[in-house]
Each structure stands twice: as structure tokens, then as C-alpha cells.
Design a protein around this ligand. Sequence first.
Ligand SMILES: [Zn+2]
Length: 253
Amino acid sequence: MSIPVLMYHHVLPKDGFICSSIENFTKQMNFLKQNGYYTLSSKEFYMYKKGKFKAPKKSVFITFDDGWRNNAVYAYPILKKLELKATIFLVTGWINKASEKKEEFEALEHRECKKIAPINPHKVIMSWDDIESCNDVFDFHSHTATHRDEYYGKLSWQEDLAISRDTIKQQLGFEDKHLCWPRGTFNESLIKQAKEVGYEVFYTTQRGVNLADNNSLYIKRIAVKKDEKWLKKNMFLFSNNIMGSLYAKIKPQ
Ligand SMILES: [Zn+2]
């Protein structure tokens, strides 16, 4: 058995680049609910990888990257209604900036978000208050402090990893073990640095299977596209060790 880990970024009125439309996201979540899928919390996924949590046969781990505010505005109510759980990987420096001044939400597509983020961060990025108000559905982990984008200044990798973990500790009160690599960039030396800071579970952007094999260095994720039919096919493929591994070799990203 393998647990598929889904990777989302934006949920907005229309489909787009790394963005699911509200309609398609709703259909996908309804598909999971109606077909009896269990959505794991990050803690359960961590225990599953260690071989210490017997996940139901139909399990899935839903993740969102970056901390876009549209996750709180559009994805949250859909997940809450269906009683599904998900994890958001936060770029902690962005969240800090978005928390400085309250602004009106804008439903902007990815490129527009990236343009406006350095100027009016809270229009598109979640604040710590937004995060608190949706923590009954989402749990939150590290996606570095800067995402290696220089919106609000430059940091060394060392600082980027340590500051993000410290910020999570300060704001959310726990020692974070989960790190999602920004843009899927990592190498063995970065893994070593991140382990020294205290991270144990590392999320990539590569497709593949996730077995209960006590190795959490290369969590495989599926970038979600299209609609519930696409999801159904991919859930089927990546729940199966052999098919999932083969398919990931043919289409690694
Ligand atoms: Zn990211």
C-alpha cells in the first residue's frame, strides 16, 4: 500500500497555472468523501511513514504550498463542510509580512499574486489570524522563511531553514518536523542542514509512492490538475506500490 500525497497551490474561481477552480476542487473533494477516503493529518502521515500508524486502506494526505489566502477563503469551507483535513506549508516570512497590515482579499491568479505579494501581501497571503481561524481543518508546517524569493530580503539557506522553524515554534507553539522544499529544490547537503535544524520529513514535487518504510527524506507528491476523473485515475495509480512506481518513472513530474 502507498498513500498518495496531493499537492495543491491555489483554489480560485477559475482554473489556471498551479490553480484548481472552486468547481473542480469541490468535485475532487466530493469524490474523496463519497468514495470513503480518509484524509490524514500531518501527524498521522508522519506516524504512518514510521510504521506506527495503521492508515485505512483508502487514505490520502492533502497538502497546499505557500500559504495563499485563497486557501482560507475558498478551500477551507469546502473541506470543513465535508469534514476533510489538509496541511498547508507556510512561507513564514510572507505570513509575517501579511500579518503587519489587514487588507481586503483579492482573488488573483498565480502570476498576479507574485506581483502583488511584495506590495500588498495580505491581499493574497494568509496572516497568522487567518491561520488561527482555519486551524480546525488545516494544520501548518514549514516551507522556509523566504521561499528563496527575495520579496522581503535575502537569507542564507541555513537562516531560511532555522528562521522558518523558529517562527512556527513562536507562532504555533510546536517544534516543526515537516519541511516542504520551495520549488522542489533540494540536495543531500540541504537535507543534512535541515536535519541539523530539526526537520525530519521532507516534501518534494516528484511523483511516486509513499510506503511505510521509515524513510521520510523524499516524500512524493502529485501535483493535482483538472477534475475528479483525473483525481480518480491518479488516486488509483498512486495507491498501488507497483503501478505508482512504474508510472512515476514514465512521468516523474
Ligand atoms: Zn512553494
